[in-house]
Design a protein around this ligand. Structure first.
Ligand code: SAH
Length: 376
């Protein structure tokens, strides 16, 4: 999720935070994790993230309302309707450029409140044949968020799936915004003896991070040449698995995937973060009550998506190439006062290099024989 603009406040160990939720009420997820560790040993960071985000009773996405000013973070579709509109028109133009296949799967991974898809559908309503050919699928793990998405889409026909593999066959036109950053990562620290994995264990009965015994250097063979002792590397097997499925489907059946997230080309360094009420927080302070994310390694996604063709741009360059400035000016003509100020600030936030414009990247996947999608 979007990191706050300022650095995290330095913790002051002398002043206990009396409002920390785990001091007010027992954290049931922390207790569950402690029991699990006591019974079967330390957890990987990926196991911790999966429990903290999606535990059926105590997980972050299954129990909380994370989005917006009242929540923990804000995402691009919640900042401006232009984001979903332009993504929709990009998909629709690619559909036309690929010869208007008469039946295709329109999918979103991790749709949150459903805002992006609602904007996308509204913007593409007048593209002849697009809605009639589309079978809409939303891939969402949280039952609570599925209900939010249903409400956002009104009576537009849609189906929900827990897994990309459950989607029907056919060309695939897909969007995923800030989905991959929520998938569980593992962290490995290189030291002279090998790679040490970051593990969650117990110290004096409380959850605490530590380091596992060294694994052979060959365990991350492809990262030996570009790392030195002291470097940290993050891996995300679920992200690679999902990118692999999307790439294989698009290479075989055509379509376009737009994968948008913050991150870079090849993971290096510790990017794991917990966010609560728009501030960085200790991920172990109250498991299940803070958003946990890591930067997305786009090189790993691109490799996994082979043989689909990859196109890459920063979010700012992509939106500007799609005409965000013109769309913004058109919307601005109808606004005055505070609403106009907010709209202009939102346009700036989506595209400026110092805001979301450079940190966020767009990875597009197409069949090698199809034209480059609009915006690249
Ligand atoms: N795309 C939205 C929301 C991003 S938050 C936006 O831009 O506002 C991440 C979303 O992914 C949430 O909807 C969350 O419930 C969902 N999610 C997280 N892990 C998932 C998983 N493993 N499978 C399916 N959905 C998942």
């Amino acid at each position: 999720m979007i990191a706050p603009a300022s650095d995290p406040p330095a913790p002051n160990p002398a002043v206990p935070n009396l409002l920390a939720p785990n001091l007010l009420a027992p954290n049931l997820l922390a207790q569950h994790l402690a029991r699990r560790i006591a019974a079967s040993g330390p957890l990987t960071l990926a196991e911790f993230m999966a429990e903290a985000l999606l535990h059926p009773d105590h997980g972050y996405y299954t129990t909380r309302e994370p989005f917006g000013t009242q929540g923990d973070f804000t995402t691009a579709p919640e900042i401006s309707q232009m984001f979903g509109e332009l993504l929709g028109l990009c998909l629709a133009q690619a559909w036309v450029d690929q010869g208007c296949p008469p039946a295709f799967v329109l999918a979103e991974l991790g749709p949150g409140r459903g805002t992006l898809m609602a904007d996308l559908l509204r913007a593409t309503r007048r593209v002849p044949g697009f809605h009639a050919a589309a079978q809409l699928y939303l891939v969402e793990a949280s039952p609570r968020l599925r209900a939010r998405q249903r409400a956002a889409l009104g009576n537009h026909p849609a189906d929900w799936a827990a897994d990309l593999r459950d989607l029907p066959d056919g060309p695939l036109f897909l969007v995923a915004n800030e989905f991959f950053d929520a998938l569980p990562i593992r962290q490995f620290l290189r030291d002279p003896a090998g790679w040490r994995e970051r593990l969650l264990g117990l110290q004096d009965g409380r959850l605490a991070f530590g380091w596992g015994a060294p694994l052979p250097l060959a365990a991350l063979q492809d990262r030996l040449a570009d790392t030195i002792p002291g470097d940290m590397v993050e891996t995300c097997a679920p992200a690679q698995g999902i990118a692999g499925q999307i790439g294989a489907r698009i290479a075989a059946r055509g379509g376009l995937a737009l994968l948008i997230d913050y991150g870079g080309w090849r993971s290096l360094g510790d990017t794991f973060q917990a966010l609560s009420a728009h501030r960085f927080t200790d991920p172990l302070a109250a498991p299940g009550q803070a958003d946990l994310t890591a930067h997305v390694d786009f090189e790993a996604l691109a490799r996994a998506a082979d043989p689909a063709r990859c196109h890459m741009a920063t979010q700012g360059a992509f939106l500007l190439a799609l005409g965000v400035a013109q769309r913004s000016a058109a919307l601005a003509r109808r606004l005055t006062g505070v609403a106009l100020d907010r709209h202009l600030a939102a346009s700036y936030r989506l595209t400026a290099p110092t805001e979301m414009g450079s940190l966020f990247k767009v990875l597009a996947l197409t069949r090698a024989t199809d034209p480059a999608p609009p915006g690249f």
